[in-house]
Write a protein that binds this ligand. Sequence first.
Ligand SMILES: Cc1cc2nc3c(=O)[nH]c(=O)nc-3n(C[C@H](O)[C@H](O)[C@H](O)COP(=O)(O)O)c2cc1C
Length: 344
Amino acid sequence: MIVTREQTRLNPIRIGDIEIKTPLTLAPMDGMTNYAFRRLCREHSGDDCGLVCTELLSSNILTGSGARSRYKFDWQPDEFPFAVQIFGSEPAMMAESAQILEDAGAAMIDINMGCWVPKIARKGGGAGLLRDVCTAASVVEAVVNAVNVPVTVKVRAGLKRDHPTAVDFARLAEEAGAQMIAVHWRFAEQGFRDDPVDWSVIGEVKAAVKKIPVLGNGDVKTAEDAMRMMDETGCDGVMIGRAAAGHPWLFKHFAHKIRTGEELPSPSLAVRAQAALDHAHVMLETDDYPEPKVALHLRGRLHQYFDEYDVLAELRQSLVRVNSIAEIDALLEPLANGEMSLDE
Ligand SMILES: Cc1cc2nc3c(=O)[nH]c(=O)nc-3n(C[C@H](O)[C@H](O)[C@H](O)COP(=O)(O)O)c2cc1C
């Protein structure tokens, strides 16, 4: 068999002893990547979504009262391989938290070194750790020594543009035992600003580490973007965040395009409606929130399943106002059952 360049682009990677069959992975997103959405990614993309990750959890709450964060312990064996992400600044507290998560079944621990939100970064957690790469590496070392599961890190280019740290940190993190590094190309001070995309730091990190895989992250919206990121930076895989919201099939579609050069057909309205319904019902079943709070959360999520359809503006507006699961069912079941369709 002739191995085309396209096929070699999606080689499996190893994170410690865990095989990631397709190096297209779901980025952690607070308020978005809960179990319901991660499971949808598994169902619609299978192994083409190589790895999923929880929303970030605070190491402080974990070791403190515990109660407030337990509702975020939402992972299940059926979503393997998955990582559980924590943030914090104290090596000992991070290590203790990681142990608690491992005991609770975490298959991998991911350390957040990208969160720029002031209440986290100013206290030295998230991207705040990048002020001092030695402290950041000591957090990695403490967590690696505390658990048997693989430890990974998600990092930004640095805290401020005048002080890039990702490359120095990546070397230290690998020495400290990190098994994979995901690099979001922006500096923390850029937040999510639409500045001109510059993936060069991802290539610099890939060139700096000796053997662990590097995932590139930031502004990958199409399969072509993913290919270009891998080509330009040499990264081993791509982590995708915002583009996947409301599109759990995205990984399968990207993988197919990269492997064959061909597009899969866009999911039908019925498939989208059923996915949105599944999102709502799985969240209701598996989340500790009471129904009104689940509905409130879903206001921000379900409209994303229909964002390609200009003619569905009214449906989207209704979805952002729902107060109950019954309202969601009433809006979406006729679409899911094919009782309503659009001429496409
Ligand atoms: C709403 C939202 C929440 C996020 N929450 C997290 C988080 O909990 N942990 C983390 O490491 N990154 C978080 N991120 C950053 C994403 O993982 C990712 O790095 C960023 O969105 C860039 O990738 P993208 O362009 O593919 O979305 C978040 C991003 C968004 C938009």
